[in-house]
Design a binder for this molecule. Structure first.
Ligand SMILES: [Fe+2]
Length: 585
């Protein structure tokens, strides 16, 4: 039985194919069309998924779509009367879904009538819940979707048992932890889609001194011990105007309108214009924003644990990318196990909708655990060689060496230990926003200057944003205060005080690291490289950042070579090939 999941006409458009319960491939459209967070119909992603599975669209039995236009119709109608402009915009998006069969047929170059698959609509948060529970290692778990907004709700929770989920409750528009974080990020001068990540990094530089005010902005819990929270709506504007979403880059990149009200500025002072420097008060507000988010997050999780009596929790939705909060779950709640799927945001909906159809609708048993994130496209050694045998690599006369595997690890580890900035391109691309050792830029974590050097040479990020460590899974407890596996870089732990001087480059200012624990089983090649680095230096850690400049993560060998040549990267390792250049500061 073949199921195609499609997240379309929504940020982070993506596609995935599940065959007889096993995930075959999953990929975001942005990797193909090179537009970050791309929306629209994921035609390239769909075509890739079918090719990877060795199928045509006629082989697909079910198409799973993570959107239900009929969900919460009463709430939608109530707000439609108050916000006709917003309602009209949403109606236009909903209309696009009715043409999805045509878009799918066009993407596949077939007549729409030739597609025999059954279409299923899965509500947004139900798909988020399914995206994490049904691929988790747990037979039973509490499940939480904590998000911005989807199908007019922000939050949903459930108990998962075997191949079923029982939904217990949800929180509808306008109350949303995701919109709270976005609104406050905007107020602090961070307006781009996805900027919440920057503010989470900034929070480590401040003290949470504004808690009284922020606890009025978001009120944790329900007051009666049940799962819930509320926003102080006078601080927000989206409940009056709707969260305005506009699009740029040929209608592909989402731009979210202002979410906070003038009252917020009356209470906290004027918003920071983006071009003005970040002051200590902004850092303190970012710290408060994060602290109060954590209160509200644990205010959901603790009653959820009480209500479900489960030991494990599975998380999805945009808020589940908050690795700082996730890293505290095992300390601040009674849960003893936690799983966050690598594409916890809306890209993951393609996987979630497909698994919901497979298990909950079709009643099929569980048979798959997502233990790694390597579900994207891959390229053969011949394709890599071909890319290296043309263009600037040849005209610049760069030397290309093909090495045996053991030699490759040794040479690569030596380059990193020598302070080189190294592009590492291997195997299948990562699913989700984090580079996890297949499309990564790697440097020596022992060199404190590497953070600035990476920013100066390649990344050009704000200086307050941290870089992340990859560590051999078996060495986690030696370097971090917790050792619960974090294979997808979505938990942050405190680095042991005595180790902070040893790995200063990926240790954040507050002593934490957003770590990736690397197991030999999930990525033998990356594990072997880190092991080789440990043999050389005694340190089982590499600093790992995504292989890109200011764009989606590189997908193809050509894109990796382009990025290598236009930036001041020193070495590129693709498959078994090593390319070096002389780089000057
Ligand atoms: Fe979502």
């Amino acid at each position: 039985m073949n199921i195609l999941g499609i997240n379309a006409y929504h940020a982070n458009a993506s596609a995935a194919i599940v065959c007889d319960g096993k995930l075959v491939t999953a990929v975001e459209e942005e990797r193909f069309n090179r537009v970050k967070y791309a929306a629209g119909f994921p035609a390239n992603a769909v075509r890739h998924c079918l090719a990877e599975a060795g199928m045509t669209i006629q082989d697909i039995d079910h198409v799973a779509i993570p959107r239900d236009p009929w969900a919460r119709m009463r709430t939608k109608l109530y707000y439609a009367l108050q916000m006709p402009g917003f309602a009209w915009e949403r109606a236009k998006v909903a209309l696009r879904f009715s043409g999805m069969g045509d878009d799918l047929a066009t993407a596949c170059g077939v007549d729409p009538k030739s597609i025999g698959a059954r279409y299923h609509r899965v509500e947004h948060h139900v798909a988020h819940l399914a995206s994490t529970f049904f691929v988790s290692p747990f037979n039973e778990a509490a499940v939480l979707s904590a998000d911005g907004l989807g199908d007019f709700a922000s939050t949903m929770w459930a108990t998962g048992r075997g191949n079923r989920m029982e939904i217990h409750g949800s929180i509808s528009f306008p109350h949303s932890l995701g919109l709270y974080y976005t609104a406050m990020s905007q107020y602090l001068g961070f307006w781009s889609f996805g900027d919440e990540y920057k503010v989470m990094g900034l929070a480590a530089y401040g003290e949470p001194g504004y808690q009284d005010e922020f606890r009025r902005i978001v009120q944790s819990g329900n007051g009666n011990g049940s799962v819930g929270f509320r926003l102080g709506l006078k601080y927000f504007s989206h409940q009056r105007t709707g969260p305005e979403m506009t699009w740029r880059d040929n209608a592909k990149t989402p731009v979210l309108g202002r979410l906070f009200s003038p009252y917020l500025e009356q209470r906290l002072g004027r918003t920071r214009p983006t071009e003005e420097p970040v002051g200590q008060q902004h850092k303190d507000m970012a710290a408060t924003l994060q602290a109060v988010l954590e209160e509200a997050y644990f205010g959901l999780l603790k009653p959820l644990q009480r209500a479900t009596s489960q030991k494990a929790v599975c998380l999805a939705g945009g808020v589940a990318f908050n690795c700082v909060a996730n890293g505290k779950i095992l300390d601040h709640t009674p849960f003893t196990d936690v799983y966050v799927q690598p594409a916890a945001g809306d890209a993951g909906l393609a996987v979630g909708a497909a698994y919901y159809v497979y298990h909950q609708i079709l009643g099929q048993p569980r048979c798959f655990v997502m233990e790694h994130a390597y579900w994207g496209p891959q390229y053969t050694s011949a394709q890599i060689r071909k890319a290296l045998n043309k263009g600037a690599v040849v005209t610049l006369g760069l030397k290309v060496n093909e090495l045996r595997e053991d030699e490759l690890f040794r040479v690569t580890a030596r380059h990193i230990a020598d302070g080189k900035v190294l592009g590492w391109f291997q195997g299948r691309q990562e699913w989700g926003p984090r580079a996890l050792g297949n499309r990564s830029i790697l440097v020596d974590p022992r060199r404190a200057e590497m953070k600035d050097m990476l920013n100066k040479r390649i990344k050009h990020r704000e200086p307050f944003r941290p870089f992340a460590p990859s560590i051999l899974e078996e060495s986690t407890a030696e370097y971090f205060e917790k050792s619960y596996p974090s294979p997808f870089m979505n938990l942050a732990y405190r680095v042991r005080p005595e180790k902070r001087e040893i790995i200063p480059a990926p240790t954040h200012v507050d002593g934490t690291g957003r770590l990736q624990t690397v197991s030999r089983r999930s990525n033998p090649r990356y594990w072997s490289l880190i092991k080789e680095f440990e043999k050389l230096t005694g340190v089982p850690v590499l600093l790992n950042t995504s292989f890109n400049e200011n764009e989606p993560i590189v997908l193809t060998p050509d894109e990796a070579i382009d990025c290598f040549l236009r930036t001041k990267m020193d070495v590129l390792v693709m498959g078994d090939y090593v390319v070096e250049k002389q780089t000057r500061e």
